[in-house]
Design a protein around this ligand. Sequence first.
Ligand code: CDP
Ligand code: CDP
Length: 225
Amino acid sequence: IMNPIQIAIDGPASAGKSTIAKILATDLNFVYVDTGAMYRTVTLAAIKAGVTLTDEETVVALLPKIDISFKPGNPVQRVFLNDEEVTDDIRSVEVTANVSIVSAYGEVRTAMTDLQRNIASEGGVVMDGRDIGTTVLPKAEVKIFLIASVHERAVRRFKENQAKGMTTTLADLETAIEKRDYLDSHREISPLKKASDAVELDTTGLSISEVVAEVKRIIENKLQN
Ligand code: CDP
Ligand code: CDP
């Protein structure tokens, strides 16, 4: 049994953050928080409302009408937007292509950060995203920064898409991943960045179970010191 600590997992798109965070949370009996799903849900809500996504004021004006909640589910956590299930819809190509525009807005980030800290205050938590170690949970006991080559990340997403019957090409996925990483790392507020006290783990060539084992070693090391 582990004390109810905070574990932050950050990194670029498709590095395996949510896969690893979910397994870890289950093994430790901690709460898992997918912060990317929150930004995706705001993006979906804006698309559904038909607003121009590059119009910050109009997108921000929707925030009071957006209620995001999670329910446990298998194999993925279920996501709800105002009581409507959006678990699959938030993974669409359209949402993925636009989420980095919406997630750059300051008031969107403040609202999501508040929600994330609220959930984290409930006890042991594994939270994955881009700015968890730097901004959301700066005092997290363990911070991991997961990376992998762009090619490997695109191949992972490609296999996942194939299983779902989606037809995006590998080249398109590489381009989309690079573009999103660029936008996420270059925005003004809380950009994607390794926290100074995070441990970086390159998962290129590693299986999911190898990454989980390595992350558990990192956690044990951290807690001993
Ligand atoms: O799983 P994937 O790597 O495709 O992305 P995600 O974790 O679902 O995050 C989707 C997008 O939300 C990212 O590309 C960021 O623009 C944004 N995001 C963020 O700005 N801050 C976070 N803590 C998490 C996600
Ligand atoms: O959350 P994030 O976008 O960082 O990545 P993910 O959705 O957890 O992982 C993207 C894909 O890579 C999933 O299909 C995982 O099963 C796969 N993956 C893998 O093949 N090997 C790893 N070491 C980690 C993840």
